[in-house]
Design a protein around this ligand. Structure first.
Ligand SMILES: [Fe+2]
Length: 270
């Protein structure tokens, strides 16, 4: 049984761990802060998803713990490579597990809890859920993957409309007015875009639209709709016929998975 003391201890250790990465350099620190703030937001989002379900207090604490630690590899990744692109550096999830194993952050947790946390961190950024699913960890992994995507959508949509300016968000991808055919066709087919296929910033936007196919919980779909993330990404894309088709497929998938009718959801678009 996970207790509040476990959560408080892990949050404190995480904060102390991250503190060492701040250097005083404005650009570097801004990139580190981006991930520290993202972590705090994912903790909020996962609780919102969890609270729409019948879970125990201990499970609620565990949900917060996996959210707190899910991107622990990001800080060392940026420190070593000055990028958040896994394809140009290393898999930040695997790096995160290595950091957990080499540190005292999980000290005091029992073996079962450690396994749940490691599974969640390791698989949070995989293109799809692992085929071999551990019954103890699967809820936390699915809720984490949803919460993570929902907050990344907040960050990237702010970047696409100029409210965020940190170029670490755009992964250094060229901002050219084209989309790669393989990427847009994946979304048209209702499939997740593979990160190796992403060549431009517009491809990256389509990859994020494709995340809608991978959301697990009704509450997550509703949050995407309430916050108009599809509309915001669509507004930042060149509107070719294929892109329009991709956006339409994503919108249909979203609507099919929301319980509340659009006319009742409070969204500004009818
Ligand atoms: Fe991550």
């Amino acid at each position: 049984m996970i207790t509040e003391a476990d959560l408080v201890r892990i949050k404190r250790r995480f904060k102390n761990y991250v503190r060492q990465f701040y250097t005083g350099d404005k650009t570097f620190d801004s990139a580190i802060r981006l991930k520290e703030e993202h972590t705090a937001m994912v903790m909020t989002e996962i609780l919102d998803i969890a609270d729409a379900m019948n879970i125990t207090t201990g499970e609620r604490y565990m949900a917060e713990i996996v959210a707190c630690l899910h991107d622990i590899g990001r800080f060392e990744q940026f420190n070593r490579y000055r990028t958040y692109a896994d394809t140009k550096s290393e898999d930040h999830a695997l790096l995160g597990v290595k950091i957990l194993d080499a540190s005292d952050i999980l000290e005091g947790m029992d073996a079962a809890a450690k396994k749940v946390i490691r599974e969640a961190v390791l698989n949070h950024n995989r293109a799809a859920l692992p085929e071999q699913q551990d019954a103890e960890s699967i809820f936390f992994l699915k809720a984490l993957r949803d919460a993570d995507k929902i907050d990344i959508l907040r960050v990237v949509t702010r970047y696409y409309c100029g409210l965020e300016t940190d170029d670490a968000i755009g992964m250094g991808l060229p901002d050219v007015p084209t989309v790669s055919d393989a990427v847009v066709q994946s979304v048209v087919r209702g499939e997740i875009v593979r990160s190796e296929e992403v060549k431009t910033l517009n491809d990256f936007k389509l990859l994020q639209l494709g995340w809608i196919f991978d959301l697990n919980y009704t509450r997550s779909f509703e949050k995407v709709r309430e916050r108009m993330y599809i509309d915001k990404i669509a507004a930042a894309l060149p509107r070719t016929g294929d892109v329009e088709r991709a956006i339409a497929v994503v919108r249909r998938h979203l609507e099919r998975n929301c319980i509340v009718e659009r006319s009742d959801c409070g969204c500004p678009i009818p």
